[in-house]
Write a protein that binds this ligand. Structure first.
Ligand SMILES: [Fe+2]
Length: 144
């Protein structure tokens, strides 16, 4: 089941919300390509794009936090680093599954539910718990 961006996920900053919507789309793409493990290049492209975009998004979000004078920037940055490590771990796990002839296409399809559950949780938890703390910041006027 794909996930959909909901208005409750809005942080109140157009660029960040647009990035989150695109990250959801990429997670849905990973879910889709994992259904066809025989198409390994598609899986690798989708994971690469998710990794690349997530890293860029975290940097953009941190720059916005600096511009708005967010006081918990360091903690938030640590979380982003941890999220990227977790994502790398997941990518390695998928690659190991693809490399293991004992797993096969059916085995990967069986595991894909768990992998996607992890990815959805990975993003939605961070957005709803940590990024949500930014909402009051964007309600204030910008201080230069
Ligand atoms: Fe964040």
């Amino acid at each position: 089941m794909p996930i959909f961006w909901r208005p409750q996920m809005s942080i109140g900053h157009e660029e960040i919300d647009a990035d989150h919507r695109y990250l959801i789309l990429l997670i849905n793409t990973v879910e889709l390509v994992l259904r066809f493990p025989e198409n390994r290049p598609h899986i690798e492209m989708a994971l690469e794009e998710l990794r690349r975009y997530a890293a860029g998004h975290f940097e953009r979000e941190e720059r916005i936090q600096i511009a708005w004078g967010y006081i918990h920037l360091d903690q938030h940055k640590q979380e982003h680093r941890q999220l990227l490590r977790e994502l790398d771990g997941l990518v390695e796990r998928i690659q190991a599954l693809l490399d293991d002839p004992a797993v096969g296409a059916d085995g990967l399809r069986d595991k894909s539910q768990e992998l996607i559950h992890f990815l959805r949780h990975w993003l939605v938890e961070h957005v709803m718990k940590s990024d949500m703390l930014l909402v009051p910041l964007f309600k204030k006027s910008r201080v230069f």
